[in-house]
Design a binder for this molecule. Structure first.
Ligand code: ATR
Length: 287
């Protein structure tokens, strides 16, 4: 019997607040699909209690957790090891417990890129510049995965330009600064004329948030439009892009693909992102 088969395994997602998370539904699906004696639950942990909670994972018998807002950045000092990718992205989205030690990693960039490759298979990273809207944590995962995959230039557009410039400074340590440029928010529409990919990493267009107002008339119709928002699944941005003939990629796949490697690390089982799990998780948005 392997270690993974020998006992009930507990994992979960830690956030504050946590009520809206789809992760328990997603991991619960895979646990049942593979008949694993395990459980994945939501842990509501206030920022001031994060250190005690994370440090107590081994004693609680928890094999790992995902981290969500606002803990992805706060958790760094409480871990024993953090991988290079998580350091570059500046966020840890999952922790694995092994021999009572806490290992932090980041699968958001992997989820972002795999979802893009699966849903826009003819898109080539080296074919030309891309534009990213936003400069928060989600933008960092997108920036790192796109630059790592060979995109010649990532153009950042953020309402607060100084935040985008800060990212430019951070990544100048890792990449040629000419590959990460910052545009003015007001020039967003005119900066789209030569791009191969447009990504929204902001909350604009999400249910309950203002729409992302953007003029797509200069966007080549060969460009892919990717929105990391998944509620609604088809945002106004994606609908407008689809109606003018662009290939579109919604944000649900990023959630699914970022979860798969973490599941494998905790439970020792590879999982598939297929239409059935996508459909099941999507149903969770309706309840
Ligand atoms: P996350 O870590 O999920 O990316 P975040 O750090 O709060 O979340 O970032 C949210 C992004 O949405 C930011 O780029 C933010 O722009 P600012 O840096 O100017 O705040 C962007 N955003 C949120 N509301 C916005 C709005 N009404 N107009 C333009 N951008 C907005």
């Amino acid at each position: 019997m392997t270690q993974h088969e020998s006992k009930h395994m507990q994992a979960g997602v830690v956030g504050w607040p946590i009520g809206h998370s789809l992760s328990p539904r997603l991991h619960g699906y895979w646990l049942r699909e593979h008949g694993i004696d395990g459980d994945y639950q939501a842990y509501a942990v206030k920022p001031e209690n994060l250190k005690d909670f994370i440090r107590s994972l081994p004693a609680q018998g928890i094999c790992g957790v995902n981290l969500t807002v606002p803990h992805k950045e706060l958790v760094f000092p409480f871990l024993n090891y953090i991988d290079d990718l998580a350091r570059k992205i500046g966020a840890v989205n999952f922790v694995r417990v092994e021999d009572d030690k806490l290992y932090g990693g980041n699968t958001d960039g992997y989820g972002f890129l795999t979802n893009l490759q699966e849903n826009a298979p003819t898109w080539r990273p080296t074919a030309g510049p891309v534009a990213i809207i936003g400069a928060g944590g989600a933008a960092r995962a997108a920036v790192v995965s796109l630059l790592e995959s060979g995109v010649p230039e990532v153009r950042l557009y953020n309402r607060t330009k100084s935040r985008a410039e800060k990212l430019g400074q951070i990544y100048a340590e890792y990449y040629d600064p000419a590959r990460l440029t910052v545009g003015d928010w007001v020039d967003l529409s005119s900066g789209l004329s030569d791009i191969t990919l447009l990504v929204n990493t902001t909350t604009l267009g999400m249910k309950g948030q203002p729409p992302l107002e953007i003029d797509l008339s200069r966007l080549p119709n060969t460009a892919v439009v990717y929105d990391i928002v998944y509620n609604p699944l088809e945002t106004d941005l994606l609908r407008a892009a689809r109606e003018r003939g662009n290939v579109i990629v919604d944000g649900l796949g990023m959630l699914l693909y970022q979860a798969a490697p973490a599941f494998e690390a905790w439970f020792g089982q590879k999982v598939k992102v297929d239409p059935a799990v996508r459909h099941y998780v999507l149903k969770g948005l309706e309840v």
